[in-house]
Structures are given as C-alpha cells and as structure tokens.
Design a protein around this ligand. Sequence first.
Ligand SMILES: *Cc1c(COP(=O)(O)O)cnc(C)c1O
Length: 360
Amino acid sequence: MRREPLRQFASDNGAGICPEAWEALARANSGHAPAYGEDRWTARAADLLRDLFEIDCEVFFVFNGTAANALALASLCQSYHSIICHELAHIETDECGAPEFFSNGTKLLLVPGADGKVDLDAVRETALRRSDIHYPKPKVLSLTQATELGTVYSVEELDRVSEAVRRLGLNVHMDGARFANAIAALGVSPKEITWKVGVDVLCFGGTKNGMPVGEAVVFFNRDAAAEFDYRCKQAGQLASKMRFLAAPWVGMLETGAWLRNAQHANNMARLLAERLQALPGVRILNTVEANAVFVELPRGAAEALRAAGWRFYSFIGSGGARFMCSWDTTEQDIADLVADLNAALRAETSDAPISAPVNP
Ligand SMILES: *Cc1c(COP(=O)(O)O)cnc(C)c1O
C-alpha cells in the first residue's frame, strides 16, 4: 500500500494550526502574564469579538465545542426544562449526553427537518404539545449554523425562527462550531444571524477554523451569563494559562484569517462537489453551502478509496460518505482524491450503494 495522503477529508479537525493563530501564540509566549483570564490577550480577544458582533456581549473561552454547548445550554435552563433541537444536532448525536449532564438533566426534545434544519411546524408542535406539569418545560431552541449536513440557515429562515421563538417564549442557543463557514457562505455581518435574530448565546468555533484548540461562548443575552465563570471552573474549563486560548482569536480576528479560512474551506468544498458530481455513480446528497460534501458512493468504490489510504466517515448525518474541507485543503488534494475515486469506480463491479454505517 502506498503512503497515506498528507491531508485528509475526514474532518476539519484533522487540519493543523493556521499561520495567523500560530504566530499569535508565539507572540503570547513571551514573558509572564496573569493567569485565569486576567491577561491582556483574553481582554483583547473579548473586545475583538464585541467589535465583530457590534454589541456589548459577554465572552468566555473554553477548550472545546462540547463544553461550550453543554455549559451554554445549562446556563439557559433549569433541570426540569427541555431543549428543542434537530434530530441530527451534535448536542444530541455527538456529545455523549454532556448537555443533559451539565444541566443536571434538562431533556433534549428532537425535531425533524430537511437539510439538517429544524422544521418550524415541528418546533411549534413540540413546544406547545403539552403545558402540564408532567412534561419537561420547553425553554430553549438550539440551532446549528452551519448545520451538521453542511447547509446554512439563511437570514430569512432565521427571521422566521426568531418570530416563532418569540411567540413561543423560547431562548435561542446557536451551535456555531462552523459559524465562520456560515458567515462566509452568506456574506453578511455576524450580527445579522445572531443577536438581531434573537440568539441569546452563540458557541463560536475556533478549532475547526484553524486554531489549535478553543471555542468562544458569546452571550448576547448578558443576564444569561451570570456566574458562567463558576460553571466553567467547576466543569474543568477554566484555563489557567488562558492567554493561549485567547491569543489565536486575537491573531485570527485582527488579520481576518477567521473569515478567509472559512471562505477557502467553503470554496474547496464547492470545487470538490463539482469534481465528484462529474464521476459516474457518485451522487451528491446535500446542497453544498459550507465546507462539507456528502456523497453516495458505490460500496466497492468506498472500500477501494479506504484501501488507497483515504479516511472518511460514513455514519455522520443521514448517511453517505462525508468529505470535509479545511483552511489548508489544496486543489491538488482534491485532484488526488478524485483521481483515486475515479480509478476505484472504473475497477468497480458491484454498484450497491452504501446503506449501513461503515467504521472509519
Ligand atoms: C465539532 C463540532 C462541535 C464541537 O465538538 P468538540 O469535539 O467537542 O470540539 C460542536 N458542534 C458541531 C456541529 C460540531 O461539528
């Protein structure tokens, strides 16, 4: 078997640290600084986020997206409340029960919806189904932007969500592990898809965008941020050397790399989709709006791709193989993958599509 490709399409977490984040880390690594977020890097990163969102929000930095989501949701809920989310939401499928754990039992109520987006009628039905004391009281709607299926809620869709949740009296949490990709796709300023459409708290992903580690929890509803620092500390999410969580944000926000990286990843995904679509037997499963491409491949071709050293998941979302592009994906990477897939398809005899999950 030949050497593994240098870069994979399995996850945008596979990519390394982008130069702007790396450079900021190096600058922060000089001399001593106060611990636990009292340093100037943390203050600067929070100010830059307030500038970006054009509002006086409360900002916290945690290590990963699961913690950001779980703690943000816990801050909006009592244990007897419930959180409405899409059935494919990361908080439901990929966080090992962390939102329920950190909220002491707040229940997730799942709704369906095309393209990974919540169906608003289903949200209404779930929120209004019962109002008696035996039902966990609906309190929050959680949206993922960009979605787990690589689609993006438009401003108009979010306006409709906003109108509905106001009537229903729900708070809004946004899982923005790929928020930058959504902004790059929509070409709007960040306020247009957050506080202006009623988002109370955004978990803004840094890791998949090119940072080593770290997500920002941005509270537009400042009351909901009360004592959030204690929640972070108790959950083991208060970094003592906080400057190293904050510095990459400074580097990426000051240089605009956060948006350039996302634009690049989205562009590469669009190119990859175009190339894949041209191959016989390959079907694109979702509209490609962010940096994910979901495709149905003949089973033998998927196996041949894996044998050629390519890694990708086949159990995320609603099936098919998922290819993620990153800030450092190159056109050559795409050409290499497509060439191997093309060879696999030519060798293919059986054309049974992937139906059951295949472990990566
Ligand atoms: C990656 C991701 C997260 C964060 O996951 P961690 O592994 O905990 O950092 C959250 N939400 C979505 C939609 C994601 O894709």
